[in-house]
Design a protein around this ligand. Sequence first.
Ligand SMILES: Cc1cc2nc3c(=O)[nH]c(=O)nc-3n(C[C@H](O)[C@H](O)[C@H](O)COP(=O)(O)O)c2cc1C
Length: 329
Amino acid sequence: MPATPATPRLPFFDGPELPLFLAPMAGFTDYAFRELCKAYGADVMVTEFVMANKFLDERSEEKAWRMVDFTPGQRPMGVQIFGGEPDKMAEAADRIADRVQPDFIDINYGCPAPKVVNNCAGSSLLRDPCRLQGVAEAVVRRVTDRLPVTAKIRIGWDKASINAVEVSRRLENVGIEAVAVHGRTKEQGYSGDADWDVIEAVADALRIPVIGNGSIRTVDDVRRIRTAGKVQGLMVGRRALGNPFLFREIKHALLTGKDLPPPTLEERWEVMLRYGRVLLAHREQDPWDRINWMRPRLKAFARNFPGSKNLRRKLESVQTLEELQRVKG
Ligand SMILES: Cc1cc2nc3c(=O)[nH]c(=O)nc-3n(C[C@H](O)[C@H](O)[C@H](O)COP(=O)(O)O)c2cc1C
């Protein structure tokens, strides 16, 4: 009897087109924003990063669980964690696998923020590949019977120490099942262009899928990457903020070879208000409905509106969704 083929663990890599990932972006790619991106064509999404220890402490776990909340419609979803202690990372992954049952666990090895780096986590582990490997190995060992584990790295700590190929090989060797490579160094932060030559070198060197990330701004960038390279997934970051339509535009171009017209102003307003409503509903545990805390997220939507300077100024003072609706007129 022929053997039944095993179910793929990350099936989105088996489709005819490159899957589009929404990059995790803390403070922006919340539950409500992910709803929108999914509706506009993002294939795979990852929660913003949460420190592993937060799941292990009674005082912080409630908030941590809220941060990794998602709906079945948002699947396939990964939950991203960070930390430098293998046992705590494994324990957090174990609890997440049991309670949230995401499609995969993703380990963050890219965050450049001092409070993360000084805790020997995020991108600081790029300087210590043995420890980086130890963290991955502990997590994989603990949850691999239930879930695949992926990782997100930068190309290196600085220009003089680009080591993405070495680091990714180590990750592959301990059972990581896909690697997202952000083509900047830690030193670069978020400035300058991503180095796609290094991303492609990683894709060449590995057997597991590599997802390319960094400086994807337009449909043309996607066309170029798709023809030139071997990456098996594309991850879009800042250009998607306030602009979930980008996923629709990329999808359409990949399918038809043609460009879609940009969204109308009416659609953009509608989407911004819908975003505000879903976000507030998801935060109903808060005893107030003021929108101060979501102001930066809303401003991202107003970035390219006609008269956007004026609109952004108005957004500085609106306090409720009703007021926002009135700004729209
Ligand atoms: C505000 C902000 C928050 C971010 N938070 C995370 C995060 O939680 N986890 C992560 O792996 N990367 C995070 N990133 C990095 C992005 O996922 C992505 O790698 C980076 O923005 C490069 O892609 P881009 O050039 O398309 O923006 C963040 C980036 C920004 C701008």
